[in-house]
Design a protein around this ligand. Structure first.
Ligand code: AMP
Length: 115
């Protein structure tokens, strides 16, 4: 086993974070550098370093990730006003933490295209 990822340490309570949702398979907590009034990271507890590492065996993990985004958006009260889901992958995608996660952003009108 390699070192635990930053997000696994947050999930395990070793590093503090403001968790907004958790179940057996996912944990959602507020991004430490919010890019919108609501900016939550939704992280599968199964460590998949990046999206391109996911395989057909991860179909349920990936599908559940989007359904969890819906659930968390409802909890945050932004399901009706709308929100954006972002998965950064690799260097050009701007991925900083090698533990697959989905950014859920909302609470204001978001510009497009992203930078
Ligand atoms: P990414 O660039 O897609 O890998 O996103 C990583 C995100 O993790 C960034 O938006 C960071 O602000 C966020 N982040 C880094 N450290 C923490 C932390 N300790 N608690 C919450 N969010 C964090």
């Amino acid at each position: 086993m390699g070192e635990k990822t930053l997000f696994s340490r947050i999930i395990d309570g070793e590093i503090p974070a403001e968790k907004v949702y958790e179940d057996d398979d996912y944990c959602a907590f507020r991004d430490i550098h919010p890019a919108a009034p609501e900016h939550v990271l939704i992280v599968p507890k199964k460590v998949i370093p990046k999206l391109t590492d996911a395989t057909a065996a991860d179909r349920d993990v990936l599908g559940g990730l989007l359904l969890t985004a819906n659930k968390v958006a409802s909890l945050l009260g932004i399901a009706e006003t709308g929100f954006r889901c972002v998965i950064n992958c690799g260097k050009d995608g701007g991925q900083e933490v090698d533990h697959l996660h989905l950014h859920l952003l909302g609470g204001r009108l978001l510009g497009w295209p992203p930078g």
